[in-house]
Design a protein around this ligand. Structure first.
Ligand code: NAD
Length: 288
């Protein structure tokens, strides 16, 4: 008897490194899983999603594959329809499909911008909308896990960074809106060796103050995702959660003031001159 016995989960990017690990763990915990990923590149070969479904079934689990293209608005509803058609309901949605472009601001093209933002932004919001409508109609709560990245704040790749930062706004807004329906919504910041990010741990920049982790097997991301979708994780919502190897961290909530106070409350309107007197020392900048 697993922690999520009888539940139904959709995992987009479920044929990929992180998504497949999550799909397998959901199934091992008794959840029926819709594994969503791109169709096979070659005719008459199994798709990545079909391979994961075969692994899950071999291990005694229940799963189906589907091949909607994430980034087309209509795909969100089609994916939820697939879950309802196969298993009668939806309880957990994980939006782990992702692509990457690392062009700099001065080089990026409109096509690259659209491709990244379609998959990460439109792709996630369209799935979240369809999932939320279905979960609200079921009236039994649910869980949504979005995928962001520390690249939102630390990478010189504007399309990917902007899309991943946008995912955080989407996650916060969804958490606020859906809390009343018992649906928790959290964003994952993963680090794992996958097709999208092939390098081993030694190639990872230390970003966001998290320590070096030697183990970045994508399987390390799955437990916290499945926990957050379980009854024990239900009270946790609107959080940004880092996961890499065996490391998990809950980032401070956004817009909280740092330990070193940075709030300036003027007794009258600030002037450029009066700001110049206080801001350098407030931020620890050397005085020009
Ligand atoms: N691996 C990391 O270190 C890392 C770091 C930060 C964020 N992420 C994010 O984690 C998520 C999972 O990535 P991953 O590392 O497992 O990469 P991955 O390439 O192994 O998996 C991503 C999957 O998404 C699928 N996909 C891509 N575009 C699609 C589309 N339009 N429609 C349907 N499926 C599509 C791919 O086929 C692939 O199977 C992504 O959102 C990624 O941006 C990963």
């Amino acid at each position: 008897m697993g922690k999520l016995n009888g539940k139904v989960a959709l995992v987009t990017g479920g044929g990929g490194g992180i998504g497949s690990a999550i799909a397998r763990l959901f199934a091992a915990e008794g959840t029926s899983v819709v594994v969503a990923d791109l169709p096979a590149r070659e005719p008459d070969t199994p798709s990545a999603a079909e391979k994961v479904v075969a692994q899950i079934r071999e291990a005694g689990g229940d799963a189906v594959a589907t091949h909607e293209v994430i980034g087309e608005w209509a795909s969100g509803q089609k994916l939820i329809d697939r879950a309802v058609e196969a298993f009668g309901r939806i309880d957990a949605v994980v939006t782990a499909a992702g692509n990457l472009a690392v062009s700099s601001l001065v080089d990026i093209t409109e096509d690259e911008w659209d491709s990244i933002n379609d998959v990460h932004m439109k792709g996630q919001v369209s799935v979240l909308q369809a999932a939320a409508r279905q979960m609200i109609a079921q009236g039994e709560g649910g869980s949504i896990l979005t995928f962001s990245s520390r690249a939102a704040f630390f990478a010189p790749a504007p399309a990917y960074a902007a899309a991943k930062a946008g995912v955080l706004g989407l996650t916060s807004a969804a958490a606020i809106e859906l809390g009343a329906h018992g649906i928790n919504v959290n964003a994952i910041f993963p680090s794992a060796q996958t097709g999208l990010f092939p390098g081993d741990a030694s190639s990872r920049p230390i970003a966001g103050g998290t320590p070096f982790v030697p183990d970045i097997d994508p399987a390390g991301i799955a437990p916290i995702v499945v926990f957050l979708a379980s009854p024990d994780g239900a009270p946790i919502t609107g959080r940004w959660v880092y996961a890499a190897g065996n490391d998990i961290a809950f980032y401070d909530l956004p817009l909280t003031l740092a330990n070193r106070p940075t709030l300036l409350r003027g007794s009258e309107r600030w002037s450029i001159e009066s700001l110049d007197e206080v801001i350098p020392s407030l931020l620890g900048l050397s005085v020009r």
